[in-house]
Design a protein around this ligand. Structure first.
Ligand SMILES: [Zn+2]
Length: 397
């Protein structure tokens, strides 16, 4: 089961009919309650799906009621066949379409909802893990791996896991260097020529690897790249990357065999990526806040950022995680956001509604194709200081 595509998410965000079942299940196979048969998540879902049509009978029209019953039935059948492939199962069902996916991030709770698609938890699931790359190099092999980094701090073993679907096709191997079988490697002219030939071939391979890495960064778009393997290979390849690609590559590398077991690689890579990510977040927030102070291409604060998003001005949003602001107020008529509640819209006199801030932020970010960075630790502390309101945006214009 693949993850949801941007067009799926857009469809969910634009689906205004109140006819959709939204289900989020904690299917984490490492939890003891999910190792029993039947698993805890299955018991919960069965129970809730049977209860829901009854509990909503009073508020729904007969047609809506029939619709809900049919979808609950269908989902109950679907659930019998469900095999967990991740920590969170997400399912949306309207009378016209169904969407489902597994995610490695955790929501820590089950939920079932009928009405307009309940999209906010999905958006957070999608943003919670950032993609990074580990590239292993020596004089004849290059191995490319993508990994996910959980940014919600805390639980160590969750920080990094392999995105196994992606990397194998990127493995790269140099043509073997003819070793001159039986040749005696002597000091002197032949030895020098041979050594030069070997070196040339190795350098050609590294240039090739650098090109592949450049392409890999373009295609996979990792937030960080850790170069691992031979020192010489690392500095050679690093030196041949474009400035844009080099910016993603961590200064610090780690040295071990290209063929090392995945577990060992992840264990060594983890602290370096963790530290690299922390520093990247701090740099990002610092530069945003400098830009805000200079009244440049940045803005900060819950209301200001949402209004900039709404107008399509935002390239990137940095928000301190977890999101603590609960509400934001929006004008039904002109769409302007306000941090405080007003009787009527101060701009146009339109009617005002209260919305969840996290949902509004995630929704605007997705609909306007902006990028969302959830930051923790020191970067979050900086964003927290007044007057920034835990959220800042980099503007396009
Ligand atoms: Zn208004």
């Amino acid at each position: 089961m693949t993850s949801l595509q941007p067009e799926d998410v857009r469809k969910l965000l634009q689906h205004m009919e109140r006819d959709t079942l939204s289900l989020y299940l904690d299917t984490d196979p490492t939890k003891p309650e999910n190792q029993r048969r039947p698993e805890a998540f299955r018991i919960w879902a069965r129970h809730e799906l049977k209860k829901l049509p009854e509990s909503m009978a009073r508020v729904l029209t007969p047609k809506e009621q029939k619709n809900l019953e049919a979808q609950s039935e269908m989902l109950l059948k679907e659930l019998e066949l469900l095999k967990p492939q991740g920590r969170t199962f997400v399912f949306f069902s309207s009378p016209q379409w169904q969407l489902s996916a597994f995610y490695q991030a955790r929501l820590h709770q089950n939920s079932l909802h009928f009405g307009a698609p309940h999209v906010a938890p999905l958006l957070w699931l999608m943003e919670e893990y950032a993609r990074a790359a580990i590239v292993l190099l020596d004089h004849q092999q290059a191995r490319f791996m993508t990994v996910h980094m959980g940014i919600t701090e805390g639980i160590q073993e969750e920080f990094l896991y392999l995105d196994t679907a992606d990397y194998p096709e990127y493995s790269l191997r140099a043509t073997p260097i003819p070793s001159g079988e039986g040749a005696v490697y002597k000091k002197g002219s032949f030895g020098d020529v041979f050594a030069r030939r070997v070196e040339e071939q190795v350098h050609r391979f590294w240039r090739d690897a650098a090109q592949r890495l450049e392409k890999f960064i373009q295609e996979e778009d990792p937030v960080l790249v850790l170069l691992a393997g031979e020192d010489k290979a690392r500095s050679f390849v690093r030196g041949r990357l474009s400035p844009a690609a080099r910016e993603r590559v961590l200064e610090e590398g780690v040295s071990f065999a290209v063929g090392a077991p995945e577990r060992e690689i992840l264990l060594k890579a983890k602290p370096l990526l963790q530290e690299g990510e922390r520093q990247r977040e701090v740099r990002l927030v610092e530069s945003l806040l400098q830009e805000v102070a200079a009244k440049g291409k940045a803005d900060a604060g819950a209301g200001a950022v949402l209004n900039q998003l709404r107008e399509g001005n935002v390239r990137l949003v940095a928000a301190a995680w977890p999101i603590t602001r609960e509400a934001i107020y929006v004008c039904q008529h002109c769409g302007a956001y306000f941090e405080e509640s007003h009787e009527v819209c101060p701009l146009c006199g339109g009617e005002m509604t209260r919305r969840s801030f996290a949902t509004a932020l995630a929704r605007e970010v997705h609909l306007k194709s902006a990028q969302l960075e959830l930051v923790t630790g020191k970067a979050a502390e900086r964003l927290q200081q007044p007057p920034y309101g835990r959220v800042a945006a980099q503007l396009r214009f």
